[in-house]
Structure formats: structure tokens, C-alpha cells
Design a protein. Structure first.
Length: 367
């Protein structure tokens, strides 16, 4: 490739999807520190699309992403979604959290305790004061999605460089100079999609951080409870987000829904956090908890307002933030990659101006 027009730093779903969209009309290099794409947060996702998940800005991004996930033109030959559903249950102490979630939400159904137990028979009915379900929540085939974007990027002439952590990033002669152990590149625009490391990349460029806090989220796999067919169960969760569970390839994925702030690193679960979360889950069900067959953790990185940061940094030229997706990165990637292409190379933007304003890094650069 000749000198690129744009360098994308970070090969998770955010950076890979953005690179694919940008490559339709620009020369793009995608740089990933790890030896494979999607190694950190993307590869450890709960892999579900929940339209009502997140704040108002996130919900707008969810709505904008839904059509592409359903009909992923150029990404896959079939939908990336499959039926699942999401059910929140509340005890008496969780009712305020349940009502807060329902506020402004669409297409929810309220359930009695008996109706909730009919959908997930292991739930303890006496612990349920109320429940709601979003029937249209759907599983996302994250690997097919990531590989589809990577393939599209390659087909459009993009260059992917793996195992290339950025060691230096400066602006010189009207271009960003990006140095790695695998080589150096120069381009007028750099897109910072480095996930939990996005503030680190920003500091390399001489910019003030946006205030990202990486949060650990852990999960385990349990064997399916004896005597139950779990394939058609929805994701089911405490309304207060103290645990959630969902079927996963014949087993039950259970998370303590932890959000412990950590430094950016290749994160592993904390045994005590897992034990406490599994205990909370056990109080909600009628079956004993079996020994986990597998456990893992990922990072969900948030700014203070829990809204992604997408746009050019106003304190310099050509530095584009695509960071802070929190726990919504996979399901918002189609919308955010389209926004990135819109703001960088003039493609149509799939959201209204007020959403762009809410995403802008300008909110962290007020004078």
C-alpha cells in the first residue's frame, strides 16, 4: 500500500468495523497490538443484542445498528442475530431498578412470577415480585461479525498489521507518525479504537485523557441443570444487575455482573468475585450450583457519563476518538463504524445531530 489516508489503532470490533467502512473510499491501515483481532473485549462478549440496554444515546445507537445486524450486507450472507429474549426479575428490593430500566424502553412485556418461572423453570418464584421481558433481544454471532468485517476490509484493499503495539505517536508535517515493532506508518488521520488502552494512545499523541475507566466483567460456564432443556431460555438477570445468566452452547453462562475498576491489561477473573456472584445467583434459583467448567473476564471501558466518545479531538488535527463503548461495543459497532465513516470521509450518518453531539469528545474539552 502507498501512504495510507487513515490509520486505525485497535483491532477489536470497533476498530475492525470502522476500518472496513473507511476502506470503501480511503487507504487504511489497521494496527492491532495482539497477534489476533478481537482478543480482548470483543472475544469475551456476552454476545447479545438488547435494544433497551444502556442510556438514551446507547439506545439510539442500538436502533441504528439493528438493521445491519439483521441484514449484514457485505459482512455475512445471513443475519448475525438469532432469537433469545431478555428477562429481568425483581425482588421487593429491586423494584426501583426494574422501573428505571423500563422507563423509556420499547417493546417490553410485564410478567407475573408464574409467567417468569414458566420461561425459566429453575427460578425461585417466591423471590420474584415482578418481571419484564424484551422478547426481541437476540444473540449475536460475534465471531462471524468480526471475521466478516475483517474480510470486507481486506477485500477493499485494507492492510492489517497484528502483533504491533504502538510505541510512538506524534504529529509531524501534517501527518500522524505511528511507530510499532512491525514498522512505521504516516497518515493525516488516526482513529483511536484502542479499547481500554485508548487514553494511553491519546497520551502518546500529547492529548488529555477522556477519563476512561476499564471495568472487569467476569463470567463462568456451568453444566446445564439436570433434567432441563435450556436452549430456548431467555437471558435472565437480576434487575439490580447483581447477576445474569444465559444459555451458551448447551451450558449456562453466569456472570456476577461485576464492574471492578482495573488498569488496562489482559484481565482474568477474581475467584472471590465469582464466588460471591454465584452465591447471589444461587439465591434466585432452585437448583444447586455445579462446579464451573470454564471462567474468564473481559474489560468494559467507560467514561464518567457511560457514553462512547466518537469524533475528532478539538485540541489537535486529525485525531479521531472511537472509544468508551463500555458493555455495548459489539451491538453498537455497526452504527459507530458508520458514524466514523461519516465524520471522516463524508458517508451518510445513521443518527441525528443530537446523538453526534452527545458522542463528541468536545464534552471533555470545555474551556
Amino acid at each position: 500500500m502507498t501512504q495510507p489516508d487513515i490509520i486505525v489503532i485497535g483491532g477489536g470490533i470497533a476498530g475492525t468495523s470502522a476500518a472496513a467502512m473507511l476502506a470503501s473510499d480511503a487507504r487504511v491501515v489497521l494496527i492491532e497490538a495482539e497477534p489476533q483481532l478481537g482478543y480482548h473485549s470483543t472475544g469475551r462478549s456476552a454476545a447479545i443484542f438488547i435494544r433497551n440496554y444502556g442510556n438514551a444515546v446507547i439506545r439510539a445507537l442500538n436502533a441504528a445498528s439493528a438493521p445491519m445486524l439483521q441484514e449484514p450486507d457485505k459482512i455475512s450472507d445471513r443475519s448475525l442475530l438469532s432469537p433469545r429474549g431478555e428477562m429481568l426479575i425483581a425482588g421487593e428490593n429491586d423494584m426501583a431498578a426494574l422501573e428505571e430500566y423500563a422507563k423509556g424502553a420499547t417493546d417490553l412485556e410485564r410478567l407475573t412470577a408464574a409467567e417468569a418461572v414458566a420461561r425459566v423453570p429453575i427460578l425461585r418464584s417466591e423471590a420474584i415480585a415482578a418481571a419484564i421481558i424484551e422478547p426481541d433481544a437476540q444473540d449475536i454471532d460475534v465471531d462471524r461479525m468480526l471475521q466478516g468485517y475483517a474480510r470486507l476490509f481486506s477485500d477493499r484493499g485494507g492492510q492489517t498489521v497484528k502483533g504491533a503495539a504502538v510505541t510512538r505517536l506524534i504529529r509531524d508535517n501534517g501527518c500522524w507518525q505511528v511507530s510499532t515493532a512491525k514498522g512505521a506508518w504516516s497518515a493525516p488521520i488516526v482513529v483511536n479504537a484502542a479499547g481500554a488502552w485508548a487514553d494511553t494512545v491519546g497520551r502518546m499523541a500529547g492529548l488529555a485523557p477522556i477519563g476512561l475507566t476499564p471495568m472487569r466483567r467476569s463470567a463462568v460456564l456451568l453444566n446445564a441443570p439436570d433434567g432441563y432443556q435450556i436452549e430456548d431460555w431467555p437471558l435472565f438477570a437480576s434487575a439490580s444487575e447483581s447477576w445474569y445468566a444465559k444459555p451458551d452452547a448447551g451450558r449456562l453462562l453466569v456472570s456476577p455482573a461485576d464492574e471492578d475498576p482495573v488498569e488496562p491489561h489482559d484481565v482474568w477473573p477474581d475467584d472471590m468475585v465469582l464466588a460471591e456472584g454465584l452465591h447471589r445467583f444461587e439465591q434466585a434459583v432452585t437448583v444447586p450450583i455445579t462446579r464451573p467448567t470454564h471462567s474468564w473476564a473481559g474489560l468494559r471501558s467507560f467514561t464518567k457519563d457511560r457514553t462512547p466518545t466518537v469524533g475528532y479531538d478539538p485540541s489537535t488535527v486529525g485525531f479521531f476518538w472511537l472509544a468508551g463503548q463500555g458493555g455495548y461495543g459489539v451491538q453498537t459497532a455497526p452504527a459507530l463504524s458508520a458514524i466514523c465513516a461519516g465524520l471522516c470521509i463524508g458517508h451518510p450518518v445513521p443518527v441525528a445531530q443530537d446523538i453526534l453531539d452527545a458522542l463528541s469528545p468536545d464534552r471533555f474539552r470545555a474551556t
